[in-house]
Design a binder for this molecule. Structure first.
Ligand SMILES: Cc1cc2nc3c(=O)[nH]c(=O)nc-3n(C[C@H](O)[C@H](O)[C@H](O)COP(=O)(O)OP(=O)(O)OC[C@H]3O[C@@H](n4cnc5c(N)ncnc54)[C@H](O)[C@@H]3O)c2cc1C
Length: 433
């Protein structure tokens, strides 16, 4: 029995590779070159559509740990990256053409893989399927997916507010409160008039990420970029996401001129997102401008804000803990479509989907690494997030369970990585078939 994979991007090739390593057959559908996406340029599988970097190689970073786990799972992406690497300091960057060619050749020449170059418009629901059609899933398939999951659970744009590590917020200035004294659910950063004006001017002048040709600035009113809102007038933010009404600063006993609210973003309470601050500012500009907000002078960002054309599922609501559609347990979802963000993360979920699809047809129990590992933390985030407005996320230490003991920020990466490596090794013995 063949396992069907739809999408020959980073997640799709990883899934295929994992399946054939376990001796099972694959039929891999890829619509390019007959039909292409607005971002892909070639007919290669696993084409990197933008940057050629797979980010840090350092094991003391969360993405470094994730790559190490992928290597232990036999990742074709990591293998190809190490064969086609170009100098990039502490990052793993590749020659994009050689990288994609290397993977394409290995996949198309494998005797257990059949490639079909065609667009899939409907998911064959009666088969075991891995859906990995990425952020630019074709319209017909997206429409079918919406029928299966419900209209409201498939998104076409992300609207991401920056996320800050809680312990980098200066709580001598910021304070917990909800509006009108109804609880203490938010961290509030108060601004006086002159602070607001300085922030406002910096926001207007800050450099923005240029839009791709296919990304028309068709923003929904409910999630306008903060800088676009600012352009509408000096007080628009004070009557929008920065409205101070119902907030009293305990240091002054008065309502501030404006306020930035931060909402808890993970169960552990180590991450807070800046409410209503979705943005197209460049990352260094976000750091510079948002650090002008009182209480955030030393803020460390777990994720920067962004707004992209991005097809993704509302994972916590529609996927089970093995990344299968809750309504169809024979359909696994992998890659960016599952609600994660990034090349490495997409590839990593492809490996897990491939492994679990094989386990599924062999009637073995499905597996997920523990949340102390990078892959486990990523999947737990997808399926266990508390946020009402789920948005995609790169891997970062904020997704991991807290360490047992306090440690200085600079030491923490090594401690997380050490704990993760031990747990991953123990898990791997049981997971591989
Ligand atoms: C413009 C853009 C730039 C990005 N830049 C970066 C970056 O610099 N760094 C980073 O880490 N991440 C980046 N990402 C995010 C993401 O990591 C990549 O998109 C990544 O390639 C996702 O991997 P994937 O396997 O999920 O999807 P993809 O790599 O996009 O693969 C999906 C495949 O499915 C195919 N397909 C789609 N619909 C169908 C269908 N109906 N039938 C058959 N085939 C179909 C597509 O042709 C494609 O080959 C970017 C995303 C976009 C959209």
């Amino acid at each position: 029995m063949s396992i069907i994979i739809i999408g020959g991007g980073l997640a799709g090739v990883e899934a295929a590779w994992q399946i054939v390593r376990h001796g099972q057959r694959v039929i891999l559908y890829e619509m390019r070159p007959h039909k292409t996406t607005p971002a892909h340029k070639t007919s290669y599988l696993a084409e990197l559509v933008c940057s050629n970097s797979l980010r840090s190689k350092e094991i003391s970073t969360a993405v470094g740990l994730l790559k190490k786990e992928m290597h232990h799972l036999g990742s074709i992406v990591i293998e190809a990256a190490s064969k086609t690497a170009v100098p990039a300091g502490k990052a793993l960057a590749v020659d994009r053409e050689r990288f994609a060619r290397y993977i394409t050749q290995k996949i198309i020449s494998h005797p257990l893989i059949e490639i079909k170059r065609e667009e899939v418009k409907r998911i064959p629901e009666e088969q075991v399927v891995i859906l990995a059609t990425g952020p630019l899933t074709s319209d017909s398939l997206a429409e079918h997916l919406r029928e299966i999951t419900g209209q409201e659970h498939l998104h076409f744009y992300d609207a991401i507010s920056p996320i800050i590590y809680a312990d980098s917020i200066n709580m001598d200035i910021a304070f917990f409160a909800s509006r009108y004294g109804k609880g203490r659910d938010y961290i509030n950063c108060p601004l006086e008039q002159r602070q607001y004006e300085r922030f406002y001017q910096a926001l207007l002048k800050a450099e923005r990420v240029p839009l791709h040709d296919f990304e028309e600035p068709k923003y929904f009113e409910g999630c306008l970029p903060i800088e676009v809102m600012a352009e509408r007038g000096k007080d628009t933010l004070r009557f929008g996401p920065m409205k101070p009404i119902g907030i009293v600063d305990p240091r002054t006993g008065k309502q501030p001129y404006a306020v930035v609210q931060l909402r808890q973003d993970n169960k552990e309470g180590t991450l807070y997102n800046m409410v209503g601050f979705q943005t197209k500012l460049k990352w260094p500009e976000q750091k510079r401008v948002f650090r002008l907000i009182p209480g955030l002078e030393q803020a460390e960002f777990a994720r920067y804000g962004s707004i992209h054309r991005n097809t993704f599922l509302d994972a916590p609501r529609v996927l089970d803990r093995y990344l299968r559609l809750k309504r169809c347990p024979n359909i696994f979802v992998a890659g960016q479509l599952s609600g994660i963000e990034g090349y490495v993360e997409s590839a990593a979920t492809g490996i897990l989907a491939g492994l679990n699809a094989v386990r599924y047809i062999k009637n073995k129990g499905l597996v997920v690494p523990p949340p102390t590992t990078a892959l486990g933390a990523l999947v737990t985030h997808l399926t266990n997030t508390v946020s009402k407005n789920f948005q995609p996320m790169n891997i970062n230490w904020g997704l991991f369970p807290k360490l047992d003991k306090k440690a200085p920020r600079k030491e923490r990466g090594k401690l997380y990585a050490h704990r993760g490596e031990i747990d991953f090794e123990a898990w791997l013995k049981d997971a591989l078939l």
